[in-house]
Design a protein around this ligand. Structure first.
Ligand SMILES: [Ca+2]
Ligand SMILES: [Ca+2]
Length: 80
């Protein structure tokens, strides 16, 4: 269990080093923003828009995809 905890702590540190993924979006802190997490923060996001943001279509938006969407103006820039 200690190992798992340390792994989670390391992942948290890695996330904090990635300013693009706002904690307000990634509610459970797993480094990915699901459709549910995104609509919780931005109810105006449609499933169609989410699919546009999810460039590799794995069902979740990572920090890179989020940054791309912000730069493209698909979603407003998020405060980190
Ligand atoms: Ca998440
Ligand atoms: Ca993705």
């Amino acid at each position: 269990m200690t190992k798992t905890y340390l792994g989670l702590a390391a992942a948290t540190v890695a996330l904090m080093a990635t300013p693009a993924l706002a904690a307000t979006l990634d509610a459970d802190g797993d480094g990915l923003v699901t459709f549910e997490e995104m609509t919780a923060a931005m109810p105006e996001i449609s499933e169609e828009t989410f699919m546009l943001i999810d460039a590799n279509a794995d069902g979740a938006v990572d920090a890179e995809e989020l940054a791309t969407a912000e730069q493209a103006g698909t979603i407003p820039p998020q405060d980190s």
